[in-house]
Design a protein around this ligand. Structure first.
Ligand SMILES: [Zn+2]
Length: 151
């Protein structure tokens, strides 16, 4: 007997989003484009925020006027965020290189039809095993929490 899928709010959000992306982007080509756009938008946003934080930090070093809305962010907070974001940007850059390889692949119209057919079957299924396996990243608690130590 398979275990019941987790119904915590993080997991439910994931199930909903996972199915929506299959329903709204049911072809191989659409999934390629969706994932490319998704990686690019994440990278664009992270890079812009990183640039902005760097600029803010250097303004402070040269004692230039810091705008009112930025004053509540401490230097420590900015430095920590820069470390994190630079690491994320490096990873996104690597993923982008791998995504380019995925973009080299094409499938025939017959195979695209198969994609759409499977997407129709998959998206309404509330207990898709593939989705449950993928969801471990979104889950808010570790796979094997040591419950004895919580209280
Ligand atoms: Zn969960």
């Amino acid at each position: 007997m398979a275990e019941q899928p987790c119904q915590c709010s993080d997991c439910q959000r994931f199930y909903k989003e996972h199915d929506r992306l299959i329903r709204e982007f049911p072809s191989f080509k659409q999934q390629q484009e969706l994932n490319w756009a998704s990686i690019q938008s994440f990278r664009t946003l992270c890079s812009k925020v990183t640039d902005e934080l760097r600029r803010q930090l250097s303004d402070r070093e040269t004692n230039e006027a810091v705008s009112q809305k930025d004053k509540h962010i401490s230097d420590t907070e900015i430095n920590e965020a820069l470390d994190e974001l630079e690491s994320v940007n490096a990873h996104l850059y690597s993923i982008e290189a791998l995504m380019e390889r995925i973009f080299d692949s094409k499938v025939s119209n017959n195979i695209e039809s198969k994609f759409k057919q499977i997407a129709d079957e998959l998206a309404p299924d509330p207990l898709s095993m593939d989705r449950l396996i993928l969801n471990r990243l979104f889950h808010q608690t570790p796979d094997f929490p040591d419950k004895k130590n919580i209280n």
